[in-house]
Design a protein around this ligand. Sequence first.
Ligand code: ATP
Ligand code: NCN
Length: 213
Amino acid sequence: MRIGILGGTFDPIHYGHIRPAMEVKQALALDKVLLMPNHIPPHKQQPNITTAQRLKMVDDVCQQLDGFELCDIEAKRNTPSYTVITLEKLNNLYPTDELFFIMGMDSFIQLQSWYQWQRLFDFAHIVVCQRPGWQLDVSHPMQQILTARSQGSLERPASYKQKNCGLIFPVTVTPQDISSTQIREQLAQGVIPTNLLMPITLDYIQNQRLYLP
Ligand SMILES: Nc1ncnc2c1ncn2[C@@H]1O[C@H](COP(=O)(O)OP(=O)(O)OP(=O)(O)O)[C@@H](O)[C@H]1O
Ligand SMILES: O=C(O)c1ccc[n+]([C@@H]2O[C@H](COP(=O)([O-])O)[C@@H](O)[C@H]2O)c1
């Protein structure tokens, strides 16, 4: 199976997560996509809402979308949600499957600051989606890494030859200028961001009275 994984803080989950994941699923003919809320975000402040609340919102979305599943592997770990640790575990759980870790351009540009980032390629492919406001400059070090690991590269990385992982797939998705920060700010000001979230997420936020000032 070809399995996509979108990791995130999902505080809250929005269409800027969901639509790119759907478009990547289609573009790369993935069999399913796992949406994976982190527990202790490595590079962000701990959210004000609980991991259980973020998990519930992601689970609600998965229930409504074909081919999407909640992955709670990071929620169950009480250490920083380093992706390399997670991918190593998922690689053991799915030894015969091909894993595709999906991220927006903001994450990709900062990838060299991730814990043991080079080992990510030992366990999965990386899929990069554009995100408004984030452009990979031709002189950026990640550009060279992208070129060397892209599917058309003449020299396939060793990890690809051994285990079918380690490539980078840039996927063109419909640009959406949406962020969780923007949604939290709108809700705190009493604005209801109807077009940015799935209705089921908005219902949960309102029932639980989340993100109020
Ligand atoms: N609008 C978007 N377009 C493309 N990718 C996105 C978008 N929003 C989030 N992502 C990607 O989804 C993943 C998880 O993002 P995250 O849950 O941190 O959302 P966020 O909106 O960036 O949150 P915050 O505003 O709180 O920083 C990251 O890889 C990020 O790049
Ligand atoms: O492994 C790391 O060092 C690392 C650093 C920053 C982010 N991540 C992961 O990248 C995903 C998106 O992160 P974020 O902070 O944009 O929500 C999420 O799964 C995080 O756990 C991972």
